[in-house]
Design a protein around this ligand. Structure first.
Ligand SMILES: *Cc1c(COP(=O)(O)O)cnc(C)c1O
Length: 470
């Protein structure tokens, strides 16, 4: 006989308490975790113990050992996978880290509508059915100067909806220099296909002229489209058709001119000392009949896609059945309204809106912050790593202003061994902290760019360094 269980006496199994017996002793656990999760975890644990016995092991079958296993199993299961982190990556609007942090007013508004019924689609005046977009449409018009507006789940959805509404079974000429991939497989040509329209490529990658567009327009042309090349820039021998020229050409042919702005900021960036980026209002002034942009990029709000422009086109878009599939939920609408309201007072905007607050932080203040944290970080990583305060550049992120950077300061950590694997080990240890810290590996160092470490998080950051396991 080669069956190992043959060597195990039935006595060994008999020492394993029954589920019923275990449940009797687990009163506290039952209170804490509930009957069904405890029973199911006990089944798993006793099955594992039985398998251990069968393979000839002598596992600890005491109630205490089982209780311990039960609590750790259920604690792991109750953890949320989605958790907050400290973004010290140097990229302010990091798509993988959730982009914009919301202002206090928006968070309060989310909590409010999440916890009670609201007039989401109910007109309190008439007592009849209302329009969920009434809560944001006027505000979007106010900040962009548009006649009408609507909002959907994100900017990818906005582009899809605009194209599907205005150009299904028709042609859309786009400059070859603007056939962008935004990331996460959102590519303009593929979105066009899914929207049911035919892309007509115009010009060359580096140069597109007005006459190229003119030549591409035919009986089947639905609209002209310009896509903001938000995550790269073609430099050198380039030529781009100006917005007002495209607008005039579109109007000559009685077709709309649509401009996908991508990030779509609403305030004059150079006045804030930031790299210049045309505003949504400017894009409309420059002749766009419709613009589309994200809610959670430079706007600093929740994930959303905003569409603004001509009232007749917006009305058509609202009638598209796809609109229902892409619509915003009440929490996003509540947050978006609050964020847009902050734009009414440009003076206090960068104080109240986290995205602008972080983008406009001055390098000397960040350097001082790095200096203040230096000794705590040094103490936590000694003796295998050296830490210093070094100037660096932050990126805006989310494909906004790709070439422009913001002067910042970082704690630059190098491994004494000079080995990459030691840097990666440190990066991993930082990610395993209770509030995971996300840095950036670059040029043989780990950089903790402090631009996005807000004052109220600084002590959280320092206090947990004691539990760094290297
Ligand atoms: C980011 C971006 C999109 C996609 O926006 P999401 O809000 O991420 O869906 C579309 N077009 C351009 C030009 C962009 O920069």
């Amino acid at each position: 006989m080669t069956d190992p269980s043959a060597a195990v006496s039935s006595d060994d199994y008999r020492q394993l308490p029954s589920i019923d017996a275990l449940l009797q002793t687990m009163t506290e656990e039952l209170q804490r975790w509930g009957q069904a999760p405890v029973t199911s975890a006990l089944r798993d644990i006793t099955a594992a113990l039985r398998a251990d016995i069968a393979s000839g092991l002598k596992p600890d079958l005491s109630i205490d050992a089982i209780r311990h296993a039960l609590n750790s199993q259920l604690a792991i299961k109750s953890q949320s996978s989605l958790t907050t982190v400290l973004n010290l990556s140097g990229t302010v609007l990091h798509t993988n880290l959730g982009r914009a942090n919301l202002p206090e007013a928006a968070i309060e508004a989310i909590v409010k509508v999440a916890s009670a019924p609201s007039n989401l689609e109910f007109d309190l005046e008439t007592g009849k059915r209302g329009d969920r977009e009434s809560h944001v449409e006027a505000l979007i018009c106010e900040v962009t100067g548009a006649e009408a507006a609507t909002a959907v789940n994100n900017n990818a959805a906005a582009v899809l909806l605009v194209l599907n509404t205005l150009a299904m079974h028709k042609e859309v000429p786009v400059s070859r220099g603007e056939l962008v991939e935004i990331g996460g497989s959102f590519r303009i040509p593929e979105v066009m296909t899914r929207a049911g329209c035919t892309l007509v490529e115009v010009g060359a990658t580096n140069r597109t002229h007005l006459h190229d567009f003119r030549g591409a327009i035919g009986a089947d042309t639905a609209l002209l489209m310009k896509v903001h090349t938000s995550n790269y820039r073609v430099e050198g021998f380039t030529c781009d058709v100006e917005e007002d020229e495209l607008a005039a050409l579109a109007s000559e042919h009685h077709i709309p001119f649509v401009h996908d702005l991508g990030s779509g900021n609403l305030v004059n960036f150079s006045a804030l000392g930031l790299p210049d980026e045309p505003t949504a209002a400017q894009a409309l002034t420059n002749g766009a009949d419709l613009i589309t942009f994200s809610g959670d990029k430079l706007l600093g709000g929740p994930q959303a896609g905003l569409i603004a422009g001509r009232a007749d086109l917006i009305a058509q878009i609202k009638r598209n059945p796809l609109k229902r599939a892409l619509r915003l939920d009440k929490m996003t609408l509540a947050a978006l309204a609050e964020v847009l309201k902050l734009y009414r007072d440009p003076q206090t905007l960068s104080e109240h809106l986290p995205t602008l607050r972080l983008l406009t932080r001055a390098q000397p203040a960040i350097r001082d912050q790095a200096q203040a944290l230096l000794s705590a970080v040094q103490a936590a990583v000694l003796p295998h790593y050296d830490v210093s305060v070094t100037d660096c550049v932050s990126q805006i992120g989310s494909g906004s202003l790709p070439v422009e950077t913001l002067p910042s300061a970082a704690l630059q950590i190098v491994a004494q061994s000079g080995q990459d694997k030691d840097l990666r080990r440190l990066a991993e240890a930082l990610r395993k902290l209770p509030l995971p810290v996300i840095g950036r590996l670059h040029k043989n160092a780990l950089w903790l760019d402090l631009r996005c470490l807000e004052a109220d998080q600084q002590s959280l950051f320092v206090d947990q360094l004691g539990s760094l396991h290297l």
